[in-house]
Design a protein around this ligand. Sequence first.
Ligand code: CO8
Length: 261
Amino acid sequence: STTYEHIIVSNPKAGVGLVTVNRPKALNALFSPLIVELNGALKDLDSSKTIGAIVITGNDRAFAAGADIKEMKDLTFSAAYGDDFIENWSDLTVRIKKPIIAAVRGYALGGGCELAMMADILYCSKSATFGQPEIKLGTIPGAGGSQRLTRAIGKSRAMELILTGDTFDGQKAAEWGLASKAFETPQECLDGAIETAEKIASYSKIAVKAAKEVVNKSQDQGIKEGVDFERRVFHSLFGSKDQKIGMAAFAAKEKPKWSDE
Ligand code: CO8
């Protein structure tokens, strides 16, 4: 089997593939090599004859604290647009046919929140922290956040969260319908996700595939156009001074002084 540097793939129960994001020193910040590994692992699990459902998790402190700000801070518009930066994040939603459950413990911020929202089912611990804080860095969500958060919790709440960068906890995520369950503890969250994955894996793989496909039809009409549009605007912000100011300030642990340019 393949060995990975930034993720761990295991088989905790019959039919269940568990992918653990494992870059704890950076709070599981999502950088390109990790996304490549994640896509590779998901594709392997998707084509496995024995796996019926997949769980993605992080650790107790972080599901993922966002896209890697240090990797993005010097990115230019032409590089972001030219290479269609983060387009491969969408692999998870468009290529994987088996159900994916996100078990969110700790921080799910920015790209981390977006990754969790790409899953088919979202479970969290009550103390999990969600948010789209990109505005504080002089940019906007770039991996579907503006579209999926708005679909999940409604326009006014999503607009408020994206414009303020405020976070919300797992209990609120479940109340608002972003998560289907909020568990008392991080361990219960992971166990619950594995248990649900095991149940799904006990059913006919062909019926499960069909069920996922038809439920997703209800979401997909129009969302692809929205996500593509969002990513283009996100790319264009790499041409602004404030994106450089915001991300450099994060890396230097300083407060940004906005130029409004
Ligand atoms: N990128 C890079 N490094 C990070 C990130 C990140 N997103 N988050 C945390 N780290 C690093 C810190 O720099 C620190 O590194 P070091 O030890 O070398 O200084 C280490 O992880 C531990 O973090 P902190 O010391 O900051 O831990 P605290 O407990 O003090 O704070 C927080 C935890 C509140 C989560 C804080 O780390 C934080 O605010 N992180 C950034 C959150 C954020 O802004 N996320 C959004 C990023 S932008 C984004 O995702 C854009 C999405 C666009 C689409 C997807 C593109 C790929």
